[in-house]
Design a protein around this ligand. Structure first.
Ligand code: AMP
Length: 215
């Protein structure tokens, strides 16, 4: 099963994609997580990527294609995957199509959450510095939340690119660069839209229902 999930920053896309990956026993491949891991590892590439990400801008298409092509060639991706955060531009969607050839993807999912709702969610989003798990702070003024993943012991803090200015830039980029891809996949008969507002477990059930009906 080859799935691509779209949604504005803060739509709950990462959280839902992790659950879908478990449900269908396929790897969750998040380009944002891969880039943040490179930043945490302090590689030269990670440092360059960090500057771009902190500004809320996009890493270049060719760098992203290299990263995704390498990841999709690993053995655990042989029987499918859920791609989260890629493709993000028309060029990346075309690159993915060339990479996959005739097989293509099975389904593109748009997890739809309006902009005013995601802005509020992002303000309370905290991400573990050690393992990357996401949490919602009970109040936007609470800066850190202890990570509850067994054996981690890290603290979840605000992402450097979750500042108001960077968030506004990323949402604008989503509308201009990524939203047109929804039409692109719709034109190929591959798009389903799922309402992402509501309790995460309800949204998950809706996603599974829609995917099972379509794939
Ligand atoms: P995300 O966690 O998906 O919101 O990604 C965080 C940041 O990583 C983005 O704001 C971009 O700077 C970068 N990034 C992730 N995926 C891509 C991609 N497919 N193309 C370009 N930049 C990306």
């Amino acid at each position: 099963m080859r799935l691509v999930i779209f949604g504005r920053q803060g739509a709950g896309k990462g959280t839902q994609a992790v659950e879908l990956a478990k449900h269908y026993s396929i790897p969750h491949i998040s380009t944002g997580d891969m880039l943040r891991a490179a930043v945490r590892d302090g590689t030269e590439f990670g440092l360059k990527a960090k500057e771009i990400m902190d500004r809320g801008e996009l890493v270049s298409d060719d760098v992203m294609l290299g990263m995704v092509a390498e990841r999709l060639s690993l053995p655990d991706a042989a029987n499918g995957w859920i791609l989260d955060g890629f493709p993000r531009t028309t060029q990346q969607a075309e690159d993915l199509r060339s990479l996959l050839g005739d097989a293509g993807i099975d389904l593109a999912i748009d997890l739809n959450v309006p902009e005013d709702v995601v802005v509020k969610r992002i303000a309370s989003r905290r991400v573990c510095e050690k393992c990357g798990t996401n949490y919602a702070a009970p109040d936007i003024n609470i800066p850190t939340v202890p990570c509850t993943v067994e054996g981690c012991g890290g603290q979840a803090v605000q992402r450097a690119d979750d500042t108001e200015e960077a968030v506004r830039k990323r949402l604008a980029l989503y509308e201009s660069q990524t939203a047109p891809l929804l039409d692109w996949y719709h034109g190929q008969g591959l798009l389903v839209i799922v309402d992402g507002v509501g309790a995460p477990t309800e949204v998950q059930a809706e996603l599974v229902g829609v995917i099972d009906a379509a794939v």
